[in-house]
Design a protein around this ligand. Sequence first.
Ligand SMILES: Cc1cc2nc3c(=O)[nH]c(=O)nc-3n(C[C@H](O)[C@H](O)[C@H](O)COP(=O)(O)OP(=O)(O)OC[C@H]3O[C@@H](n4cnc5c(N)ncnc54)[C@H](O)[C@@H]3O)c2cc1C
Length: 737
Amino acid sequence: MGSVAVSESKTMLTLPGDAVRQILWRFAGRFDLQMLVQSARSVARGTVARLVAAGERNTHEWTPGKAGMMEAFDRAGVTAAFMEPEEGGFIAGPKNLALALAAFELAWVDGGAATASMASFLALSPIHERGTHDQVTRYKTLAAPPQPGEDRRPWRGAFALTEPIPYVGVDTGMLSGKVRVAEWKDGQEPWLQVEKRGRFITNIAFANFVTAAVGSDDPRIKGTCVVILEEGDEGSFDRGTPTKKLVHQLSSTGDPIFSLKVPASRIVGGYTVKDGVIVPNYNHGEIIEAVFRRTRVPVGLMTSAKLLSAVEPVIRYQRERFRGAEGSKPGSVRYEQGIQQREDALHRLVDVWAAGEAATSLGFAAARLFDELDPLEKVKTALLKERGVQGGRAELKALKESEQRAVELLSLREDDPRRAELEADFLVDYVLKDAEANVICPATKLWNTGHGANMMREAVSLMGGYGITEDCPGFLANKWMDAQLEATYEGPEAVQRRQLTVTMISEVFLAQFRAWTAQMRGIASLRPGTGACTLASAMQMWHWTLNHLQKATDPDGGKLYHGQRQGVTFALADALCWLLASRYQILDVLELEAHGGDDAVAAEGLAGIVQFLSDLCHTQAAQAAGETSRICAELVFGYNRHPAWADEAHQGCFLTSELEEYEETMPGITAMAVDVLAADGSHPLKAGPCADCAGSSEFLRLQSKLTTCLSGARLAKDRAADTVSKVMIPEALDYPA
Ligand SMILES: Cc1cc2nc3c(=O)[nH]c(=O)nc-3n(C[C@H](O)[C@H](O)[C@H](O)COP(=O)(O)OP(=O)(O)OC[C@H]3O[C@@H](n4cnc5c(N)ncnc54)[C@H](O)[C@@H]3O)c2cc1C
C-alpha cells in the first residue's frame, strides 16, 4: 500500500474529506482551485440552501432573493472564475476544471443555482471560443464582477439557440431565427436586422446581452452565424413570460422575442465581405460545437454531485430511524443502527455511492482533459495555418497522418526505439487527446445525467416517505427531478448518443481503448480488489461486439452498425459509458493510493479509505460488466431470426426414433438432445429449435469468462456495506433542511 503503514486499520472511519477529494480529482497542487471550491461551497451551503429552505423554488418569477444569489456568486468569486486575470478573474489558463468544480459545489445543494451561475458562462462561451479580440475584451470585461471600490453591476448573459417548436431543439440545423441587412452604406459597416424567438432561455429575466443563433434571410449574408444582442439595441428586446418549470427554479428561464438592429461587428468571430456578400468567419454550428464540447462536462458533474451529496443524509436517516421508540434503547442495535441493520438498505446505498464516485471521476477526467487540450488546440490551429491548412475538411485531411502515427504509437512495445519520436510529435499528442475528449465529453453528459437520474430515484427511495417531502434533508426529491433537466438541456440524450456513435468508432479512439483494456489487466494483477479485471473482460466483450456488429447484417441483409439503426448504435454507446466511468473511477483510486501519503490530512486513515473506494470500484465494475453483457448479448443474438419448428432449421433436430437408435452406440445422448421431434412431428413447447448464430461460440466464451470474472464482486459490496454501517458522520448536515 505505498507509503501507508501496514498496521493501519483497513476500515474507513470517516467520510472522505477535502484532502482526499483533492488528490482523487487531481487539484491537490492547485491552491486557486481549492479556494474556489471553498467559496462556492460557502454560497451553496449558505445563501443557496437558505433560499431553497425558504421555498424560493415555489415561484417561477425572478425574485429579489434569487437576484441576491447572483450577487453572492459575484462576491464569492464564482462569477470571476470564467475570466482571465486581466479581465478581472483570478485563475490563469484553461478553466474547465475550475468551472466544473464550481458547478459541482453549487449543485451539491441546488442544481438551479449551479445553472444560474453557469448560464452566463454559456452566453460568453461563443465569444470566448470564437469571438474577435474586441468582442472578447468587451463582453468578458463587462461580465466580470466589480473590483473593490468599483460601482458597477456586472453584465449577465443568456445563450439563445433553442426556438419555439417546430424549430431548433435537438436538431440544431433547423433554425428559424433570421438575420437580414438593414442598412449598408458605401464603405461603412453594415447594420443587421435580427429576428429571433427563443424557447427555454436561461438567465433571460435579467440578461444584458444574448448570444443568439440565426440563419441568413438575405442574399447579401452567407449561411448562419451567432450574433450578440444587447438590451439597449434599437428595436424590441422582449424577455417573454417565465417558463413554468418543475425543476431548477432558482434559475430564470423564459421564451424571449428579439427584433433588433445591430452592427455587423456583433457577428461572433467577425466576417469578411466577398463580392458584396457578408461571409461570417464561423457558422453557428461550428461555434456551438466548440461551446457545448466544454460546457456539457460541468452539467454531468452537477448530477454526480447530487448522488454523492445524498450519502450523508441517507446514512443519518437510516441510523436514526427507530430512535425514541419504546424498546429501542440507546446501545441497542435497533437504536444505534436503525435501518442499517438490514443488508438491502446498505447495499442500495453502496450502489448510489459507487455510481456517484464513478460519474464524478469520469466528469472531472473530462474537465481536466479539456484543460490539457485547450492550449494544444491553439497550437494545432497555428501549426496547420503555417502549413496553409485552415479548418473544415482540409484540417481533417491534414490530421490523418498524425492519426496513423498515433495508432502506430499505441501498437509499439515499451522498449521500441520508435516510441520516443512518436511521443515527441505534438500533433500525435493532440489527436490522441482530441479522440478521447470527443468520447468522454458526451459520455459524461449522457451517463452521469441519465443513469444519475435513475440512481437519484434510488437515493430518494432510501428515505421512505420523507424522501418525497420538502423537509427531506439534502433536498433529495428536488435533486431527483433536477437531474432530469440536466439530462435534457444542452442537448438531450439522443444528441450525446448520436455523437458517441461517431466518435467511439474512430480508429484512434479504438486503439486507445485496446491499450486501456490491457492497462486494466495490468492494474488487476497488482490491485485485484478494484474490479479492474472484470472491467477489462467487459471492455473486451464490448470491442468484440462492435467489430461483430460492424460486419453483421439482419436477416434481410440490412447493415446493423448504421447511423439510422439507433437500436444498435445507441445501445453500444450506452454500454461504453458504463465502462468508461468505471475505468476513470479505478484510476482515481490508484492516484489516491499513490499520493495520499504525501498529504498529512489525507494520509490519516488512508488504507481504510483506499480499501472502501476500491470496494466501490469493484461493485461498480461488476454493474458495468453486467450492463455490457446484457446489451451486447441482446445485440449479437437479437438480430437473428429465431428458428421456427416449421422451417428448414428444424432439420437439425433429432427424431425420437433416431435417438433410440443412437442410444445403443452412444449411451446418454438422449439426455443431451434438446430439440427432439416425436414421430407425429410434435415438438417441445418452446419458440422453436434453440438458436445458434455465426460467431456465437466466441461471444459465449467471452461472456462465460466475464461471468466468472464477477467472482468477489459481492464480497466487495458486503465489505463496503459493512463500512457504511460503521462510518462516522457529522452530528448534523451543514446546510439547512
Ligand atoms: C429549464 C431549461 C433551460 C434551458 N436553457 C436553455 C438555454 O439557456 N438556451 C437554449 O438555447 N436552450 C435552452 N434549453 C433548451 C434545451 O436545450 C432543449 O429543451 C433541449 O435541447 C431539447 O430540445 P427539445 O426540448 O426541443 O426536445 P426534442 O428535440 O423535442 O426531443 C424530445 C425527445 O426526442 C428525442 N429525439 C429528438 N431528436 C432525436 C433524434 N434525432 N434521434 C433520436 N431521438 C431524438 C430526444 O432525445 C428527446 O428524448 C433549456 C431547456 C430547459 C427545459
